[in-house]
Design a protein around this ligand. Structure first.
Ligand SMILES: *Cc1c(COP(=O)(O)O)cnc(C)c1O
Length: 393
């Protein structure tokens, strides 16, 4: 059995041993409900509030601007739905981008069915949002702009500061889905004029099922989950104490190691990109060449199906992802790859490899070798490639 080479860290990450260690007591001895009065529950309450403070400081927010949620998807739903309904008197118009995560896009579709109007701003060939198009989309009735910090498929980092300034000048709430950026690249909500931000534990070596919503104090929004008085009565439900503690610890580790980890990942990322592009003809990098997440590689290969590549890589213990059909459960290729202008065939032949600190140079070289062999093998079976070769003669 070959070694596992996990290159799907954009999908989820392994819980760091120190995170697990920090969480464990809160499953057993320290099981008190943080909302209880007696002193036994005090330790749980303190653990929750310490995590909140760590997270707030990490993104330049105030402690009481951080709300714990059940993950990135919930935070995205909260941001869009709560703002849309709270600002209904001002208008019914929402602006987002064409390359958002489905947690944002499907929430927007739901809102469209309920009387709201949504503009989906396009991106350029590198996946960078078109700021002119964004500015032109603004109406007197626009209440929220939601644009992701960094894209989960192609790794492109968006011009968040510029978007924040545009939103501020026009008195529009600015939400960013920072699930892929948080803990990977620096974020300061003040400097970037962010009003609402979503992040998730399991993308930064924390546990699944825990997220945060940063909500600027000046925004007056009602409850999203109705019930008890937890989270300043805005997100009811007994606190997920182990999850919160884990997210706090993962944030603390991110703060300590982010810079070093990013430098290491960028080195491996570029080795992987250069190796593949140099050794495999008819391949192209998707996403911005430099303004991209330190751990993201996304490459399209002509004349192959991404699905088949994933199956062959899996046989060698390599976990990867693709922007093609079945993985997403639909027949259409990734909306992100289509938005950057890839035709369907090229979008189907894409491969996403997302790194972590555990990956070595040897792993990268092994993967390049495997990808190369698989592309050759798949092309040798492709009638399209055969036609292409004939046309070249
Ligand atoms: C993973 C992800 C989400 C969803 O987060 P969950 O915690 O899994 O609900 C949302 N947005 C982006 C960009 C993501 O990568």
């Amino acid at each position: 059995m070959s070694k596992l080479i996990y290159l799907d860290n954009a999908a989820t990450t392994k819980v760091h041993p120190k995170v697990l260690e920090a969480m464990l007591p809160y499953f057993s001895e320290e099981y008190g409900n943080p909302s209880s009065i007696y002193s036994f529950a005090g330790k749980s309450k303190k653990a929750v509030e310490d995590a909140r403070e760590t997270i707030a400081k990490f993104i330049g927010a105030k402690t009481n601007e951080i709300y714990f949620t059940g993950g990135g998807s919930e935070s995205d739903n909260w941001a869009l739905k709560a703002t849309a309904y709270a600002k209904k008197d001002k208008g019914n118009h929402i602006i987002t981008s064409a390359i958002e995560h489905h947690a944002v896009l499907h929430t927007c579709e739901y809102l469209e069915k309920n009387g709201f109007e949504v503009t989906y701003v396009g991106v350029d060939e590198n996946g960078v949002i078109k700021l002119d198009e964004l500015k032109a989309a603004i109406r007197p009735t626009t209440t929220i702009i939601s644009v992701m910090f960094a894209n989960n498929e192609i790794g492109t980092i968006e011009p968040i500061k510029e978007i924040g300034e545009i939103a501020k000048e026009n008195d529009i709430v600015f939400h960013t889905d920072a699930v892929q950026a948080y803990g990977h690249i620096p974020i300061d909500v003040e400097e970037l004029h962010i009003d609402m931000l979503s992040a998730s534990g399991h993308k930064i070596y924390g546990p699944k099922g825990i997220g945060i919503m940063y909500l600027r104090n000046s925004l007056k929004l009602g409850a999203f989950i109705h019930g008890g008085a937890q989270e300043r009565s805005r997100r009811a439900g007994t606190h997920n104490v182990p999850g919160i503690v884990g997210f706090g610890k993962a944030t603390e580790l991110a703060k300590e190691t982010m810079e070093e980890r990013a430098a290491y990942e960028i080195k491996l990322r570029d080795r992987l990109i250069d190796g593949i592009l140099e050794q495999i003809p008819h391949s192209r990098l998707n996403g911005h060449p430099t303004d991209r997440l330190p751990n993201n590689v996304n490459i399209s290969f002509e004349f192959i199906e991404g699905e088949s590549m994933l199956i062959l890589l899996d046989q060698k213990g390599v976990c990867a992802s693709s922007g093609s059909a079945c993985t997403s459960g639909s027949l259409d290729p990734s909306h992100v790859l289509l938005a950057i202008g890839l035709p369907h065939e090229k979008a189907h032949g894409s491969l996403r490899l997302t790194l972590s600190e555990e990956i070595t140079e040897e792993d990268v070289d092994f993967v390049i070798e495997q990808v190369k062999a698989n592309v050759e093998r798949l092309r040798s079976m492709s009638p399209l490639y055969e036609d292409f070769l004939k046309s070249q003669k």
